[in-house]
Design a protein around this ligand. Structure first.
Ligand SMILES: CC(C)(COP(=O)(O)OP(=O)(O)OC[C@H]1O[C@@H](n2cnc3c(N)ncnc32)[C@H](O)[C@@H]1OP(=O)(O)O)[C@@H](O)C(=O)NCCC(=O)NCCS
Length: 193
């Protein structure tokens, strides 16, 4: 009993310290209530980070606004070692579940000019929007400019290069629609590329 209370107290302190650390690391942050940020997660400097209520940010997560803006809704879970880059702006809806090692990048690097090192070419920011109640499987990569509709499921290891409609279940590289939620196992041939 006493041990449980001590443990709860310690967890609260650790949560508080993690939030303070995140705020110190990021230049413009706003967090709602019950936001748990693992000690090893990083909210990087430059740009804005907004997080709603009741959100868990797991070990090793990196939120790097990179001069842009990362907005995460309420009741979400960002899995271990996920990276969200906000250069072109990233909006994550409510109740979004990201598994581990998810990567969301809202910029591309210009590469057209062969005479200029690519590191010196433009960063082309294009916003990413992830709707409400989306489940992003482990290791999925979501590229710049993509909009993912509400209720979609992104399979493990997918690379999402194009918009995904609401309630679609997608998988693969590049991600293709396998089926729609709520329609049993029926594969929607129309949606196959
Ligand atoms: C996308 C997913 C939800 C689909 O699950 P499902 O509806 O049970 O689909 P099935 O397992 O019946 O697979 C259907 C087909 O898609 C393929 N498939 C399933 N997931 C895939 C994936 N991530 N990438 C590529 N192909 C995949 C299967 O091999 C199968 O192909 P087949 O018809 O040629 O045999 C699931 O496979 C997945 O990726 N889940 C994420 C797991 C995860 O990240 N867990 C972390 C905990 S949060």
């Amino acid at each position: 009993m006493i041990m449980n209370s001590l443990w709860t107290l310690m967890r609260r302190w650790l949560d508080l310290l993690s939030r303070i650390k995140a705020r110190v690391g990021g230049s413009d942050t706003e967090f709602g209530t019950r936001v748990g940020i693992a000690w090893s997660a990083r909210c990087k400097r430059g740009g804005a980070i907004r997080i709603g209520d009741d959100v868990t940010i797991q070990d090793g997560v990196i939120l790097q606004p990179a001069g842009g803006r990362i907005v995460i809704g309420s009741h979400g879970w960002i899995g271990p070692y996920s990276v969200i880059d906000g250069t072109g702006g990233v909006t994550v809806g409510d109740s979004v579940l990201m598994a581990s090692h998810v990567q969301v990048y809202s910029y591309d690097l210009g590469y057209d000019d062969p005479d200029v090192p690519m590191r010196c070419q433009d960063h082309i920011g294009r916003g990413v929007t992830i709707g409400d109640d989306v489940w992003v499987g482990c290791g999925a990569i979501i590229l710049a400019g993509v909009r993912i509709g509400d209720g979609a499921v992104i399979g493990a290891g997918s690379v999402v290069t194009k918009d995904i409609p609401s309630f679609a279940v997608v998988a693969g590289v590049p991600a293709r629609i396998m089926k729609m939620r709520g329609q049993g196992e029926r594969v929607l041939a129309d949606h196959r590329a």
